[in-house]
Design a binder for this molecule. Sequence first.
Ligand code: ADP
Ligand code: ZN
Ligand code: ZN
Length: 749
Amino acid sequence: MGDSNIRYADIIIDISHEALDKVFQYRVPLSLWEEVQPGSRVFVPFGRGNRETEGYVIAIRQEADYEESKIKEILRVNTEGISVESELIQVAAFLKEKYGSTMIQALRTVLPVKTKMKPKEEVFITLSIEKDTAQQLLGEWERKHFTARARFLSILIKKERMRKEEAVKACNFPLKELRKLSEQGIIKLESRIKYRNPFPELVTRKQGWPLNDEQRAIVDNFKEEYRKGERRTYLLYGITGSGKTEVYLSLINEVLAAGRQVIVLIPEISLTYQTVRRFYERFGERIAVINSRMSKGEKSDACERIRAGEADVIIGARSALFAPAERLGLIVIDEEHDGAYKSDTSPKYHARETAIYRAKLCGASVVLGSATPSVEAYAHALNGEYHLWTLKKRAGNAILPKTQIVDLREEFKKGNRSIFSEELHKKITECLERKEQIMLFLNRRGFAGFVSCRACGQVIKCPHCDVTLTYHRNGKLRCHYCGHEEVFTKQCPICKSPHVAAFGLGTEKVEAALHQEFQAARVLRMDMDTTKRKHAHEEMLAAFAAGKADILLGTQMIVKGHDYANVTLVGILAADLSLHEQDFRSGEKTFQLLCQAAGRAGRGEKAGNVIIQTYSPEHYAIVAAARHSYEDFFKEEYTYRKLMAYPPCAHMLVILIQSGDESQSIIAMLRIEKIIEQSQSGEMDPIQILNPGQASLSKLKDVYRQVLYLKHKEEERLLDLKRRLEPVLEKHPMFAGISIQFDFDPLSH
Ligand code: ADP
Ligand code: ZN
Ligand code: ZN
């Protein structure tokens, strides 16, 4: 054990991604104990000459890694000005603590990548002489038939400013001539750094709608509190089309007017041209977009513009939360309930909780928006932790669609063996006759059906992963985790029976059925297979919006974002598909998907219809979705969570143990279970350990996965256990070579 009278600080001097693991240790003098914290900027003696150098503290520790006499002391703390890096390092420390990752992993997550690529320079041309003089000169050149010069000058007079390329290429005016005119003092050549902007030239500042009463009240409430300096977390709950985005735009305006910056998070899949465009139209060049499709250079440029304060509205997916905005005043998280807000690599952070933490550090407010809030967020809103705003009406003229549940068991009794119930069939026919559009929705994450043996019940699985293979029409079975493919032999590998067949519903199968039953209809199928190509996703949605197909058929990727005025029918083919996933959130996910899908109908002037086909017409998630009643759903769901002690009524910590050697992974798991049990023997209110064993995905790419679920009412108890467990796991030789990951309040199990 170290001496409790001594403290050390881990310090990094160079915070570029390549150098993050170069950590140096210094002693913290007693006089600086209070001030020196993760994130602090300090001066230390560095290198051979002990030059005074600035560094960032990333951790405080009681123990030294080196001989005491070799450790130097921190000189002083830099208290001058704020640094966004300091703030982000504090966020990293939070991620490490709360989600159980290493500090280096956390730092890599939060600190922006800096590329060595130089930003491109751009040369602008302006007049050095008065406009009148230029006009005279133009007349003179025209008389002398200096056609190229005259053409160039007349354009420059009109535009006042043009890019070098425009002059050289567009007006066919050589560079040599430009230099000459510049030397003669007629024009000025100015170079400016050009940032790579993925959405160039799209600025048509448009005024927003005049807000309706509900929207107005919310915006006024925010303004009043914001001006008073009150910062908090708001939950904006409003059905699809109720005008949430319009509210965000007004809130952002307010925050910009106060000289602060804003981060807007949108799930990656909804981060389309169409959504971003609305922000561009309002805020123009003040926007920086960050998404995973951007090149490193583009990302790095965006970060530079943000840091320089040139961009003050930052739009992006989850990771945009760590944008280096020094004057951050508001974080908006749209579709707050979306699963994509939880990272699936270490640190497995949730953007909602992390945003609230960052906002506290820098004095920002947080606005969470959703048509179907997560059970967590709504529970927080009800208990007063968040402030609840509600939008009850659809903005504009659109009205809620009529929704109908069809019991598939009854269809079966009637002898209907088709994918489409009588009612859905009738509605599709009518819709096609009216030349209106239809969306058909398969609410599953998978694709084609799994393949099983009807004789022995064996399900055919991937030899490398514990997942079922799916059948494709090209006659192959494919694993969607590792890409393994094999020929479908139609023979059971276990009992050799020939009765092996694809089960369940896949988009390909539905597409085939559509062609058969509605021959004239133009069908667009959208799933993981048809959208692999870059931009395919957006192109297909755009084609549908342009009326190039009558029916859009797809998995959950079709339910996001877009407004289609001509879609008047939405059909959910089998609502049960997501209901029976082994997951305590399956009810919530089903409800969200159904509501989102239903929200696609009747977004324009025409009324919409929604048909939900299901084998469980009495399930509360389905009934509530058909009634468009989030409150009904929440009541039932919350009761269930409480009864079963699932989040948010209790907290969960998942420990995932992975090894290429199956028995090793099992031994490690049992050992960890023992350690936990021993550490809390005799305790009154111990942490519960639920069925330790194989993870539901028990093998992935030939790595075996064991899992321990821990549950307790108090979050702090689980965090404390994790804190005590980590050093043990790090040091004990039996855990060497085994990957151990923590996941706090998982999104699925
Ligand atoms: P949400 O984000 O809740 O789905 P939007 O902000 O996209 O809702 O609004 C839905 C539609 O209603 C959009 O087409 C939008 O332009 C329009 N809209 C929003 N607010 C108003 C308003 N106050 N008056 C008229 N139309 C509005
Ligand atoms: Zn069999
Ligand atoms: Zn596989």
